[in-house]
Design a protein around this ligand. Structure first.
Ligand code: FES
Length: 170
C-alpha cells in the first residue's frame, strides 16, 4: 500500500492492519464438522459420567458389631457409627422384618436422617427429604425433597446372633 493510500485510511485501520487476502476462512462444512465432533465428544463424556454414577461400588472395612440380631423389632431403629467414629449410621428393622443400614448423613446438606415408622422410610427433617428404606445392594434412593443422591448403604452380616457392619456401598 502506498504512503498516500495509508494516509487516507481511518486511524483504527492503521493501528490494526488486516490483510483480508491472507485471512483464513472457515467453511461451513469445516464448522459443521467441528460442531459435530464437539457434540459427539460431549455426549460421550456425559454417557460415561452417567454410567460411572450408576455403578454400585462397595468398600469393605473391618467388621464391627452393632447389636444383637434380635435387639430390634419390626419398625425400630438404632444409631451407630461406622466405619469411623465420625460416620453416623442408622440400622433399621423394617416393618417387613428386614435388617438394613445406611449412612445417617443426608446427601442434601448433611442433616441426620431418622427412620419414620409410619411409612417405613428414612426422613430428613431439615428440608423434608425422604429416602427409600429396603433391602438390596444399592444405597437408599431419594424419593422426595431436595436430595438427589442415595444414602450409602452399610453392608451387614448376621452371625452367631449378632449384627455386624462390614462395609459401605453406594
Ligand atoms: S439436609 Fe436433608 S433434605 Fe436438606
Amino acid at each position: 500500500m502506498s504512503e498516500d493510500a495509508k494516509r487516507h485510511l481511518p486511524l483504527w485501520r492503521r493501528d490494526f492492519p488486516i490483510r483480508w487476502d491472507e485471512d483464513h476462512y472457515v467453511t461451513r462444512r469445516q464448522l459443521a464438522k467441528f460442531l459435530t465432533l464437539g457434540s459427539a465428544i460431549l455426549v460421550g463424556a456425559n454417557v460415561a459420567m452417567v454410567a460411572a454414577g450408576r455403578k454400585h461400588t462397595a468398600e469393605s472395612y473391618p467388621p464391627q458389631r452393632i447389636c444383637a440380631a434380635d435387639a430390634l423389632g419390626p419398625g425400630e431403629s438404632l444409631l451407630f457409627r461406622y466405619p469411623t467414629a465420625q460416620d453416623p449410621c442408622i440400622l433399621v428393622r423394617t416393618k417387613a422384618g428386614a435388617l438394613v443400614a445406611f449412612s445417617q448423613v443426608c446427601t442434601h446438606l448433611s442433616c441426620a436422617v431418622v427412620y419414620r415408622k409410619s411409612d417405613d422410610r428414612l426422613f430428613c427433617p431439615c428440608h423434608e427429604g425422604v429416602f427409600a428404606c429396603h433391602e438390596g445392594t444399592a444405597g437408599a434412593e431419594p424419593l422426595e425433597g431436595p436430595p438427589e443422591r442415595p444414602l450409602p448403604r452399610i453392608t451387614l452380616d448376621v452371625r452367631q446372633g449378632n449384627v455386624f457392619a462390614t462395609g459401605v456401598a453406594l
